[in-house]
Design a protein around this ligand. Structure first.
Ligand code: GDP
Ligand code: MG
Length: 273
């Protein structure tokens, strides 16, 4: 990670040298964690991310969780000053809009690598480093933590849900034509430029369809996308917010996405810089 520090240790020029503890540590990576009733998970996941080798900041976007998730985060902010941030919204407004809110927050600041991650440990925080490498070292614009590179890497999901997710991914690939295996994945790293190029106010969907739409838009715009193989483990604490409405949105949403891309290809042209 790019953490500015004193070059070479010695200060070759006469005059005051900078006290090391006064140097600002600028993290270039922000992990956005949307939460709704994640009281049991949020402290552990936060501590895990901050124990990684990389220099990550975290933004929690909480939708006024009735279980007091935000209070847990508020209690942790003094423990991780300048690294942990909380934004609360009025009520449950959906995963997609929570991320859009977080993306805009990140773009107003200095972050170059912006991550999506669930609070419930389905995504292993260690994999943040692999997603980071794919973008920062290998030069991809977006890295996706993918469950479906070699078979189905899902632990603890009931058979029905695993199969549904797998076939949903194939359905999405066929309808959209996107060469991505895990199209509904929600563990990702975006380079800043991708989020700057996408018109975030025009993102239409909120659940799984949101995840598909972000990938589809980035792919159509010509950004370089890679998939990093991960193991997805179902939550052991708290409850899933998956609903039949979210599922329906995705099934119909992909058809709309494809259709709109055919009638309005200009939407995917990169803005002139
Ligand atoms: N802010 C916010 N977070 C949400 C909302 N719905 C789900 N989440 C969070 O999004 C992540 C994924 O949701 P989850 O219920 O685990 O979905 P599943 O893994 O598909 O069953 C978790 O961190 C949830 O707390 C929402 O409406 N608002
Ligand atoms: Mg989950």
């Amino acid at each position: 990670m790019n953490t500015p520090g004193p070059a070479g240790g010695e200060n070759p020029l006469p005059g005051p040298s900078i006290e090391p503890n006064l140097l600002t540590v600028v993290a270039d990576s922000l992990v956005i964690i949307p939460t709704y009733n994640e009281r049991e998970n949020i402290e552990n996941i936060t501590r895990r991310v901050f124990s990684l080798q990389g220099d990550f900041h975290i933004l929690v976007v909480d939708d006024n969780s009735p279980d007091g998730t935000a209070d847990v985060v508020k209690g942790l902010i003094p423990v991780f000053p300048g690294r942990l941030f909380l934004e609360t919204r009025k009520g449950k407004l959906g995963l997609g809009t929570a991320y859009i809110y977080g993306f805009k927050w990140a773009l107003r600041r200095h972050y170059n690598y912006i991550f999506e991650m669930d609070a419930d440990f389905s995504h292993n925080p260690n994999d943040l480093l692999r997603l980071y490498e794919a973008c920062a070292t290998d030069g991809y614009d977006m890295a996706i933590g993918s469950r479906y590179i070699d078979g189905v890497n899902v632990v603890n999901w009931p058979m029905g849900r695993g199969l549904m997710s797998y076939f949903a991914s194939i359905y999405v690939r066929v309808v959209t034509g996107m060469p991505i295996r895990d199209t509904t994945a929600g563990f990702k790293c975006y380079k800043r430029e991708v989020l700057e190029a996408i018109d975030l106010d025009k993102v239409r969907f909120s659940g799984y369809a949101f995840q598909i739409e972000m990938k589809f838009t980035a792919w159509k715009m010509g950004f370089r996308i890679t998939e990093v193989s991960i193991v997805f483990t179902d939550r052991t604490q708290g409850e899933s917010k998956m609903s039949s409405g979210i599922f329906r949105e995705a099934v119909l949403g992909v058809i709309q996405l494809r259709w709109k891309s055919l009638v309005n290809p200009a939407k995917y042209r990169l803005p002139k810089s």
